[in-house]
Design a binder for this molecule. Structure first.
Ligand code: IPE
Ligand code: IPE
Ligand code: MG
Length: 241
């Protein structure tokens, strides 16, 4: 990939990219390794894709790291996933902050250990004024839970029914203030949303690749963006011309 290619496509890159980082377990299995090795490799890969996203001009990167449904996995695997987030925040926060990355969290803090909750809140606070790219971590995230959460808070705020609009509901979602995702990439070969950004992705373009998440590199991201830039987003309208 030449620098010219990068520049050429930067203009057509999505503003907000969402990634369903799937296939860690199968990546490890393929190598005869335990699943946690796949999660470890997958966590390392986030850095590579984050840096490539900055290069391609993406402004918001939302990564699906742990779903509300993932609690149903064996306790040891859930612990591994919690530890990996905790360790990443611990080891990488300084550098992410120095590189102008704003961390956001989309999801619930209920059920997360006190230590991890404190780490997440500290990362949000430390990086809140950074503007280079937003890394929005969908952790303990479920799209349905998010909508229920929003409706409960709307009602608690006594919002009159006729004032509930799409914009107002959007303000009550975890993603408030962020633009809707333009492109959703799913690695690992499945063709489903698995409860990811179900409200926000109403008009997103979808891209699925069989590549397992730990192997999804800059070149794969580039291909996804090129495919995206060739799509015709009509938003329900008739194309003019
Ligand atoms: C994605 O990889 C990571 C999480 C869901 C947390 P998986 O763990 O789902 O990997 P596969 O789908 O079993 O290969
Ligand atoms: C989606 O992957 C959730 C994350 C990537 C965090 P899953 O592996 O949990 O999804 P399903 O079970 O295949 O739908
Ligand atoms: Mg999976």
């Amino acid at each position: 990939m030449s620098q010219d290619d990068t520049m050429d496509h930067a203009a057509r890159a999505p503003v907000h990219l969402g990634i369903i980082m799937d296939g860690n377990g199968r990546w490890a299995q393929q190598r005869g390794q335990p699943r946690f090795m796949g999660h470890r490799a997958g966590t390392t890969n986030i850095r590579r894709v984050l840096e490539a996203s900055v290069t391609f001009g993406i402004k918001v990167l939302t990564i699906y790291a742990f779903s509300t449904e993932n609690w149903a996995r064996p306790p040891a695997e859930v612990r591994t996933l919690m530890q990996l987030l905790s360790r990443s925040l611990n080891d990488q926060m300084g550098e992410l902050h120095a590189n102008g990355v704003q961390i956001r969290h989309s999801g619930s803090l209920v059920g997360i250990s006190d230590t991890l909750r404190r780490q997440i809140l500290a990362a949000l606070e430390l990086t809140r004024h950074n503007t280079r790219i937003v890394l929005n971590v969908a952790f303990n995230y479920g799209g349905r839970a998010e909508i229920i959460d929003a409706v409960q808070r709307l009602m608690a705020d006594h919002v009159p029914p006729d004032q509930v609009s799409e914009d107002l509901l959007g303000d009550y979602l975890y993603t408030h203030g962020l633009p809707d995702p333009d492109l959703i990439i799913r690695t690992g070969g499945e063709y489903r949303l698995s409860n990811f950004l179900i409200w926000q992705a109403a008009y997103a373009e979808y891209y699925a690749t069989p590549t397992y998440w730990p192997d999804f590199d800059e070149g794969e991201l580039y291909r996804a963006i090129v495919t995206y830039s060739e799509r015709d987003r009509r938003f329900g309208k008739v194309k003019v011309g």
